[in-house]
Design a protein around this ligand. Structure first.
Ligand code: C2E
Ligand code: CA
Ligand code: CA
Ligand code: CA
Length: 279
């Protein structure tokens, strides 16, 4: 009883205690999951104005023996906080680059791009640039087919260093897409200094684009902004023809969303490609 309070934290709120215990169990599970290859990448098609696939976004899935299929929203925050995002993010990049290399070998898939989400903590690792370049080299994947999706959160500190790292990767051909654009804190004055090639219009704007004039206006601004800065823009979360037509009328020529295809396992994605590219 004497030692209590020294090395142990006391929780007076039992629900808080429950949360901490659950988080610890999740972390242990995640560590084991990484060792036991319980993670896989799903591929969600990205299409052009004619609906032709131009590539995919790689999205992480966790197939847990008891928990079942766990969505990233349920484990990415824990993985970020614990630092496990470093090995896990590395695995994601490695898997994505290996896939790009495999696609490059076949004519029908040779032009596909792959977008990969990179968390701020992962990007901030001092050796991030070197590791990515070494990986591309070792695997023999074309850097020009790799697109890293970064969020505006990344720019909250160390902007100069961030730009330097992005520029080093860009010099080798790696592209950057600014994910969830418009939902964060990115000031427009930063934007012009960022070596990005794409703005990604967040799903929250696309969702109510037909009924909410503000969302329609924001979308329009993003599309115009991208165009005038020489960037491409891609709309995410496009679920209906009406949303797609509305976006097309505003000049959008790149889409991602359930209307075109859900995130799917590799084999299914390759079948999807066969269906959509053969006449
Ligand atoms: P995100 O990068 O914004 O990814 C898009 C999310 O929207 C995906 O959720 C996708 O399944 C979902 N989505 C796509 N089209 C539609 C649609 O038409 N309607 C609706 N309702 N949803 C759509 P998901 O796969 O659950 O991923 C959630 C988030 O987890 C991602 O958001 C991303 O921030 C994070 N994430 C996923 N994979 C990775 C990864 O490998 N590394 C990191 N750091 N984060 C990841
Ligand atoms: Ca993304
Ligand atoms: Ca997004
Ligand atoms: Ca989003």
């Amino acid at each position: 009883a004497k030692a209590a309070g020294r090395n142990t934290l006391r929780f007076f709120d039992p629900s808080m205690q429950a949360i901490v215990t659950a988080r610890a169990a999740l972390n242990a599970d995640l560590r084991l999951g990484l060792q036991q290859s319980q993670f896989q990448l799903y591929y969600q098609p990205q299409v052009d104005g004619e609906g032709r696939p131009t590539g995919a976004e790689a999205l992480l899935r966790w197939q847990h023996p008891q928990r079942g299929m766990v969505a990233p929203i349920e484990f990415i925050p824990a993985v970020e906080e614990s630092g496990l995002i470093i090995p896990l993010g590395h695995w994601v990049l490695e898997t994505a680059c290996t896939q790009l290399k495999a696609w490059a070998a076949r004519e029908e898939t040779a032009n596909l791009n792959l977008a990969v989400n990179v968390s701020p903590r992962q990007f901030r690792q001092p050796d991030f640039v070197e590791r990515v370049l070494a990986m591309l080299e070792r695997i023999g994947a074309d850097p020009r087919k790799l697109k890293l999706e970064l969020t505006e959160t990344l720019l909250l500190d160390n902007v100069e260093q961030t730009i330097e790292k992005m520029a080093a990767l860009k010099a080798r051909g790696v592209g950057f897409s600014l994910d969830d654009f418009g939902t964060g804190y990115c000031s427009l004055s930063y934007l012009k200094h960022l070596p990005i090639c794409q703005l990604k219009i967040d799903r929250t704007f696309v969702k109510d684009i037909l009924s909410n004039p503000s969302d329609a206006a924001i979308t329009k601004v993003i599309l115009t902004l991208a165009q005038s800065m020489g960037l491409t823009a891609i709309a995410e979360g496009v679920e209906t023809e009406a949303q797609r037509d509305f976006l097309a009328n505003q000049g959008c020529v790149a889409y991602q969303g359930y209307l075109f295809g859900r995130p799917m396992p590799l084999a299914e994605f390759e079948q999807f490609l066969m269906r959509t590219t053969t006449p």
